[in-house]
Design a protein. Structure first.
Lengths: 253, 315
């Protein structure tokens, strides 16, 4: 036994240090994970370049890149919050990592706050990379709109992370893996995130989807420089419902 | 008796519709090794889960270092180390990154290099946990539970999957930690090691504590058939060369019974549940002469924790 072991009074680091430390640890894990990077950054970038090049979104009034960039940002936020955190947390639950970390000074609350920091950090990287790529392709957002865009991104990240965690805490890890990927692709292709909604009839109802609220919200912010009140409320509603449901049904093991 | 530092008092727990614990009354003390034994499904892990604050018993109270572990904050969690049965390790992370992170949650962590050296982990600190062997993962989980230099550590089968050498290292470490005043609560299926290490033992069956006490108390009481003068911790086992008749068995100077469910016949092991002195050995030898049966093998045995465990398991 090393003489450096002394049964001195064990004590936790201050809460802020613990939570920041966990946020950093999680962020590093995400950025080092090849599959997560693929879904969070590379696939959205491919969609950005592809949709721009093939002119998949055309509008007489607006240059296509102005429509595509906020939509791809929505897709990326969904990827890191919903798919990335959902899958990572699902497997952490399966392997007992959540239970173990809950017994450390971090505790369940610190664990969740640390994850929130990690999601925001990764989303910040996504906004930076995809935003820069969009700007390079000619994206011309309203300057004030960028502030609202930031607010909607945070709301969207909160809602989708809560939904991802809800899934991760209630079904098996393998099912979370399959479901989050399928739902991400469906919402990305037809859920009003990348492709703008048709606001007539049934199209307007689609706005109730979190993906549509996020996509439309980001487009409104960047194209018009206005705060998308309705979309923000829809996202906040999804976040609240998912958090309440997770509180009720989330299993740590 | 030393001061009672932590206890799982009268916990009952149910998950879904299945009641797992039916009332476990268990007290463990600082600076001692408390061992929980029991067949698979007896409720050991659920008992630990209640004590660690991961599960909330549906009835009863749990006190860990004077607090309710389910509602306790970071201060209590820093004083308690936990090694879960399934390890609780993230698969895609390297042990060094995980352990550094866990250390960062504590004010005065055990220096990682020291602990890694002590557990012979240096060679795989930079290998992804997914690629480690079962025994290496066990050591990472054990290190993670000890990093905060806790006062109490819960080890759920800490030696599962370890080779004999690593098992020895872990048990030596547990002994040393006890010497330093750490309270250790562990589950294991290795009864021989448990017997050497345990200060107190709780045997669980079907969610209840069916026996508890020190190893000496457990091995000296409750032996089947032991008479008042016999030392129940000693017994003799002989292997018969032929089937013994009912009359022969009845004529034995000492009560004998078949060992561990074997049937009467050539090669069957018979045992005396207890022995009071050498004169009984002489009497047995005289009896063998009388019935004209030369045993194939004769040996003296001390009653062990394993015997107690089997008695409890089959009863």
């Amino acid at each position: 036994m090393s003489p450096t072991y002394a049964p001195l009074s064990p004590a936790p680091r201050p809460a802020v240090r613990r939570i920041l430390s966990h946020g950093l640890y999680e962020t590093r894990n995400v950025l080092r994970n090849g599959e997560q990077l693929l879904v969070s950054l590379i696939l959205p970038l491919l969609v950005l370049f592809g949709a721009h090049r093939l002119e998949l979104i055309t509008s007489s009034a607006t240059p296509s890149i102005d429509m595509i960039t906020p939509g791809v940002l929505a897709l990326a936020v969904m990827a890191s919050g919903f798919t990335g955190q959902g899958i990572a947390t699902g497997f952490e639950r399966q392997y007992g990592v959540l239970a173990y970390l809950a017994t450390t000074p971090l505790g369940p609350t610190g664990l969740i706050l640390g994850k929130a920091i990690a999601v925001l950090a990764v989303v910040a990287v996504q906004v930076l990379v995809i935003g820069s790529a969009g700007l390079a392709l000619g994206w011309d957002p309203q300057p004030l709109g960028l502030v609202w865009l930031g607010v909607v991104v945070v709301l969207g990240a909160t809602a989708f992370t809560a939904l991802g965690l809800l899934l991760a805490g209630t079904v098996r890890a393998e099912a979370t893996l399959a479901l989050t990927n399928v739902i991400w692709v469906l919402l990305g292709a037809a859920g009003g995130s990348v492709f703008p909604l048709n606001h007539d009839d049934a199209g307007a109802l689609l706005l109730l989807l979190p993906s549509a609220a996020l996509g439309e919200g980001l487009r409104t912010a960047s194209l018009q420089g206005a705060f998308p009140v309705l979309e923000a409320l829809i996202l906040a509603g999804w976040a609240a419902v998912a958090m309440l449901a997770a509180r009720r049904w989330f299993n740590w093991r | 008796m030393r001061h009672v530092r932590y206890a799982v008092g009268s916990a009952r727990s149910s998950r879904g519709l299945t009641e797992i614990l039916r009332g476990v009354d268990l007290t463990a003390r600082a600076g001692e090794v408390t061992v929980l034994l029991g067949p698979n499904g007896a409720g050991k892990t659920t008992t630990l889960g209640c004590a660690q604050g991961l599960l909330h018993p549906t009835q009863g109270t749990v006190q860990l270092l004077g607090q309710d572990p389910f509602r306790a904050g970071a201060d209590l969690r820093a004083r308690v180390g936990v090694m879960l049965q399934d390890g609780g390790l993230p698969q895609s992370v390297q042990p060094r990154a995980l352990l550094k992170h866990v250390a960062s949650l504590h004010q005065n962590p055990w220096p990682l290099e020291d602990l890694a050296h002590r557990l012979d982990m240096e060679s795989f600190l930079a290998t992804s946990i997914r690629r480690l062997s079962g025994g290496q993962k066990q050591r990472v989980a054990l290190a993670a539970s000890l990093l905060g230099r806790p006062e109490v550590v819960f080890l759920d089968e800490p030696t599962a999957g370890l080779d004999p050498q690593s098992r020895q290292t872990v048990f030596e470490l547990i002994g040393e930690l006890r010497e330093m005043g750490m309270g250790i609560i562990l589950t294991t299926h290795l009864l021989e090691e448990a017997q050497k290490l345990a200060d107190s033992v709780f045997i669980l069956k079907d969610g209840e504590v069916v026996r508890h006490g020190t190893v000496a108390e457990l091995t000296s009481t409750g032996a089947r058939g032991a008479d008042a003068t016999a030392d129940p911790t000693r017994r003799m086992v002989f292997t018969a060369s032929r089937t013994l008749t009912r009359a022969e068995i009845a004529s034995s100077p000492l009560a004998i019974e078949l060992d561990g469910g074997v049937s009467n016949g050539p090669g069957a092991a018979w045992m005396t549940p207890g022995l009071s002195g050498p004169e009984q050995l002489r009497a047995l030898a005289a009896w063998w002469e009388l019935i004209d049966m030369m045993p194939v093998e004769v040996r003296m045995e001390a009653r062990t924790l394993e015997d107690v465990f089997w008695e409890v398991s089959v009863s």
